[in-house]
Write a protein that binds this ligand. Structure first.
Ligand code: XMP
Length: 326
């Protein structure tokens, strides 16, 4: 049993002792773990911390703006915002195999990160938002590499030539403790209590070949779904459906179906909505969302996102289905 203010003080003292006057870099993904690590490190070492935020063009709507507003504008943390959309989209062109897509995204992320890190000659440490469950998981794996830049994706790792020492200030914490720490450090609760978002981002939610046009449509459909989940309150628990689900998102299906709009015929794409409830993400049940909520989301997506004329709801549990579609 420990109190949060005492914990923060102790963690800050430990980081200062470990790092001294060295500089530290951190791959900031906007996810809970790397965000809390950034806030904690900034409290401990201020300007000695530089974060690198890589936008691969597969982020959710306004994600880059939100991350920059929170970290750079609000906290005054040094964040290098790398817009690498063209590089990622170029490398992904024509690739439709899910594993091949993940490998490309992982490899390109490492390249971009490495290039940025190379511009910071005085950085001696690479900070990561590794949390206790990651430590246990990777102890059981043969490679142990799963932890490397896990905040952004879990494919591959950084090459030894970077010559940086690892700094993992959250290694002893469970997820709920990380969230409490984030709130104590002043991060917005909406950021700290977010659903997880995979490192490959929309790359695994656009089935088959990734195209910018698909990503743009998906981002808008997904934002509508999330907005309605946040707005719709369950009267029994008094919680929003965003809080009542563990993960929820839209998936882009690159198939076209026929519809009618006004007195015209449409021939447009399909999105699937996915919402699950789970405690450990190893197994998951599809969420029994209220019909009224599904109805609202469907009609908003079809009316507001030109290019999508059909919305479906995924009623598959894990196993045998996975949470993501790729
Ligand atoms: P699945 O689809 O395997 O996903 O049921 C379980 C959880 O893991 C997340 N996920 C990932 N997270 N990099 C990540 O950081 C990845 O490559 C990745 N793939 C899946 C998924 O969103 C879900 O929370």
């Amino acid at each position: 049993d420990w109190s949060m203010p005492d914990y923060v003080e102790e963690a800050v003292a430990n980081i200062r002792a470990q790092v001294g006057t060295d500089e530290v870099i951190l791959g900031l993904s906007g996810g809970v773990d790397s965000s809390v690590a950034a806030a904690l490190l900034h409290k401990a070492i201020g300007d000695q911390l530089t974060c690198v935020f890589v936008d691969h063009g597969l982020l959710r709507l306004n994600e880059a703006e939100q991350v920059m507003a929170t970290f750079a504008d609000h906290f005054g943390i040094k964040v290098i915002h790398v817009n690498a959309t063209d590089v990622f989209m170029g490398e992904l062109e024509g690739v439709s195999d899910p594993e091949a897509k993940r490998k490309i995204i992982g490899r390109e992320f490492v390249e971009v990160f490495q290039a940025e890190a190379g511009k910071l000659p005085n950085a001696r440490w690479l900070a990561q938002g590794t949390i206790y469950p990651d430590v246990i998981e990777s102890a059981g794996s043969k490679t142990g590499k799963a932890v490397a830049i896990k905040s952004h994706h879990n494919v591959g790792g950084l090459p030894d030539t970077l010559n940086l020492k690892l700094l993992e200030p959250l290694r002893e914490l469970f997820k709920d403790e990380v969230r409490k720490l984030g709130v104590a450090l002043g991060l917005p609760p909406a950021m700290v209590y977010r659903h997880p978002f995979p490192g490959p981002g929309l790359g695994v939610r656009i089935l088959g070949e990734v195209r910018k046009e698909y990503a743009d449509l998906l981002r808008r459909a997904d934002a509508i779904f999330i907005e309605e989940l946040r707005k719709t309150i369950d009267p029994i628990s008094n919680k929003s459906w965003y809080e009542l689900t563990s993960q929820a998102f839209a998936v882009f299906l690159p198939v076209k179906s026929v519809g009618v709009m006004g007195d015209g015929r449409t021939y447009d794409y399909v999105v699937a909505l996915r919402a699950v409830q789970t405690s450990d993400f190893m197994t998951a049940d599809w969420a029994e969302l209220p019909y009224a909520l599904l109805k609202k989301v469907s009609s908003r997506i079809i009316n507001e996102v030109r290019g999508i004329n059909r919305v479906t709801y995924d009623v598959s549990s894990k196993p045998p289905a996975t949470i993501e579609w790729e």
